[in-house]
Design a protein around this ligand. Structure first.
Ligand code: A3P
Length: 287
C-alpha cells in the first residue's frame, strides 16, 4: 500500500493511520497526566520494548508477574495508539507506566502542567535506521521501505513514521524543565545493563537491593527477553507484524549499521548528522 493510504499527518509528523485514527489522537490530546506518572519516551526503534520490560520490573521490586502476563503494549501503553483508549488507564493506580513516541512539542497540554517523570531513551541514529529498515518490512501498517538508499533519504529527511529523528531528539533535549527527565542511551544499556537498571531505579526513587538489580538486568538481557512471549511480539497477529523473515527482537546490538550501510551511505549519513546536530551540546555515547 502507498504512503497516502497508510499514513496520516499529525502536527506535521507522519503517523500510521491504522494505529492513530482521529479518535485515538483526541484521546491522547485530552489525556490527563498525573505528576507521579512514569513516561518512557523514544523515537521508534530506540529501545522502547526493552524499557517496557525494565521499568515494570523495577517498579514491582523484581516481581516478574506483570512482564510474564501482560504484553508490553498493555503493560506500558503508548498513549497515542488508538488501542490504549480501551486499557482503562484512568483507573490504573499510581504510579502509572506509560509510553510515547511523540516529540516534546506534540505532547498534550496536561503533560506540561503535571510534569511527570520521563525516561528518554536515545540510540545511535544509524542503528535506529537499520532497525527501522527491517521493521518496515515486517509491519503491515508501515509502507514497504523500498530500496535502502531511498529509505535512507526519507529517514534523513524525516519523511517517516514519527518524523525526523533529529527533530525528536532535539525537541526532548531542548526542554527547559529537565529535572524530571532522565536521558539514557541504548548503547549505555548495552555496555552496562546492571548499572543502567540501578540508575533508572534511582531516578524512579525505588530503592532496590543489589541482588534484585542483578536479577532484573539478567532477565532483560537480549537473549533472555527474547524468550518472553509477552515482549517478543509473538502474540501479535502475523498479518499485523510478520516475523517470518526477521524477528522483532532482531539483533539487539550496538553498531549493526556497519553491516547495513555502504561506506558512501554512512558518510552521507554522517554529513547530514553533523549539519543537523551542529548546535546540540549533549555528548552522545556514539559521537
Ligand atoms: P534491532 O532491530 O537492532 O535488533 P523498539 O522497541 O523501540 O521498537 O526498538 C527495537 C530494537 O530494540 C530492536 O533492535 C530490538 O532488538 C532491540 N531490543 C529490544 N530488547 C532488547 C534487549 N533486551 N537488549 C538489546 N536490544 C533490545
Amino acid at each position: 500500500m502507498t504512503e497516502a493510504e497508510l499514513y496520516t499527518v499529525y502536527k506535521g509528523v507522519q503517523l500510521a493511520a491504522h494505529l492513530h485514527p482521529p479518535q485515538g489522537l483526541k484521546y491522547f490530546e485530552e489525556f490527563s497526566f498525573r505528576s507521579d506518572d512514569i513516561i518512557i519516551v523514544t523515537y521508534p526503534k530506540s529501545g522502547t520494548t526493552w524499557m517496557q520490560e525494565i521499568v515494570p520490573l523495577i517498579m514491582s521490586g523484581g516481581d516478574p508477574a506483570s512482564v510474564e502476563t501482560l504484553p508490553n503494549w498493555r503493560r506500558v501503553p503508548w498513549l497515542e495508539m488508538y488501542q490504549s483508549c480501551t486499557f482503562n488507564i484512568e483507573q490504573r493506580p499510581s504510579p502509572r507506566m506509560l509510553a510515547t513516541h511523540c516529540q516534546y512539542n506534540m505532547m498534550p497540554p496536561s503533560f506540561f502542567k503535571a510534569k511527570p517523570k520521563v525516561i528518554y531513551v536515545m540510540r545511535n541514529p544509524k542503528d535506529v535506521f537499520t532497525s527501522s529498515f527491517h521493521y518496515h518490512r515486517m509491519a503491515s501498517f508501515l509502507v514497504n521501505p523500498g530500496p535502502q538508499s531511498e529509505f535512507l533519504d526519507k529517514f534523513l529527511d524525516g519523511k517517516v513514521y514519527f518524523g525526523s529523528w533529529f527533530d525528536h531528539v532535539k525537541s526532548w533535549l531542548n526542554t527547559e524543565d529537565k529535572e524530571h527527565i532522565m536521558y539514557i542511551s541504548y548503547e549505555e544499556m548495552i555496555m552496562d545493563l546492571k548499572d543502567s537498571v540501578a540508575r533508572i531505579a534511582q531516578f524512579l526513587d525505588k530503592s532496590l537491593d543489589a541482588e534484585v538489580i542483578e536479577k532484573i538486568a539478567e532477565r532483560c538481557l537480549f537473549k533472555n527477553m527474547k524468550q518472553n512471549k509477552m515482549s517478543n511480539y509473538s502474540t501479535a497477529p502475523p498479518e499485523f507484524l510478520d516475523q517470518t523473515n526477521t524477528e522483532f527482537l532482531r539483533k539487539g546490538i550496538a553498531g549493526d549499521w556497519k553491516n547495513q550501510l555502504t561506506v558512501a551511505e554512512a558518510e552521507y549519513f554522517d554529513a547530514v548528522y553533523k549539519d543537523k546536530m551542529k548546535d546540540v551540546k549533549y555528548k552522545f555515547v556514539w559521537d
